[in-house]
Ligand binder design. Structure first.
Ligand SMILES: [Zn+2]
Ligand SMILES: [Zn+2]
Length: 281
């Protein structure tokens, strides 16, 4: 079910008004905030970002950026202009795959599991819970906190690509060039997913070219992503470009998946997310 404007206004946080001058009726009648940085759950979740996690993120980011630069230079040097169409198809498929993965991971983390699960809960699920009750917190995260996790998962694939590009001969590289272009764009867009996501929550001070990319829907637009932020956060999970949100919504992809998982395991979708949302001091 796609959300209309009144659902967006009443059931999601008003992000374009940082002074809180446009509180909806639902917010005013509550004694404690329903969302935002003063929400009890948001404060507890934000405190879970540890110095050890920060070090891990910094190291992974540095490694990923170095490998991206090396792979990009190798691919550019071996590009054959007569094969432009194959490369274009590979690159587009890579972007679509990244968008699908962003939806799958986001849906999985939003819908299942709990912050109390050992290791995984605090390191992986915590930011997703925090994001629903304080969506603009992401705009206060710096580049490392925003992008650390996504760059980290790309390091093994980037290392594989570097090894392949450095060891294979010219003929072998040409033969698998479209596949390598696919992989490179997949990695690039997976890495930048949370940056695109952060920009979709940034209503002030964005450079004109980022606003232009959003307006052309080449990256996740603000209005499009706002549909996910309508409680209970059950649709529009793709956050790289958001292109796949339309077809997945049309075929009821997430609803069907949830139906079968609940039927076979008995687990209730979004139960942990709802618990955090209703936390009061
Ligand atoms: Zn979400
Ligand atoms: Zn968001």
């Amino acid at each position: 079910m796609t959300k209309d404007d009144s659902a967006i206004i009443e059931r999601s946080m008003c992000e374009e008004d940082p002074n809180g001058n446009s509180l909806s009726q639902a917010e005013q009648t509550d004694s404690a905030p329903r969302w935002g940085s003063q929400h009890a759950g948001a404060k507890e979740l934000a405190a879970g970002y540890t110095p050890a996690k920060r070090v891990q993120e910094t190291l992974c980011l540095a490694a990923a950026i170095c490998l991206m630069a090396v792979n990009g230079a190798y691919l550019a040097a071996r590009f054959d202009p007569s094969n432009w169409f194959g490369v274009l198809v590979g690159a587009l498929a890579g972007i679509l795959t990244a968008d699908f993965f962003s939806g799958l991971v986001h849906w999985g983390a939003d819908t299942w599991g709990s912050v109390d699960i050992p290791v995984l809960g605090k390191a992986f699920l915590r930011p997703f819970r925090e994001h629903h009750i304080d969506p603009t917190a992401i705009t206060r995260h710096d580049f490392i906190e925003t992008n650390g996790d996504n760059f980290a998962v790309c390091v093994p694939v980037l290392a594989y690509m570097t090894a392949r590009l450095m060891s294979a001969d010219q003929a072998a590289i040409q033969a698998e060039y479209n596949w390598l272009a696919y992989l490179y764009m997949l990695i690039l867009f997976v890495s930048l997913t949370n940056q695109f996501h952060k920009w979709s929550h940034t209503y002030f001070g964005l450079p004109w070219y980022i606003n232009a990319l959003q307006a052309m829907h080449l990256i996740l637009p603000k209005r499009h992503h706002r549909i996910h932020h309508v409680s209970p956060h059950e649709t529009y999970f793709c956050i790289t470009t958001g292109w796949l949100n339309y077809p997945l919504e049309l075929i009821g992809f997430w609803t069907t998946l949830e139906y079968w998982i609940e039927k076979t395991t008995g687990a209730k979708p979004r139960s942990d997310d709802m618990n955090w949302a209703s936390k009061r001091e």
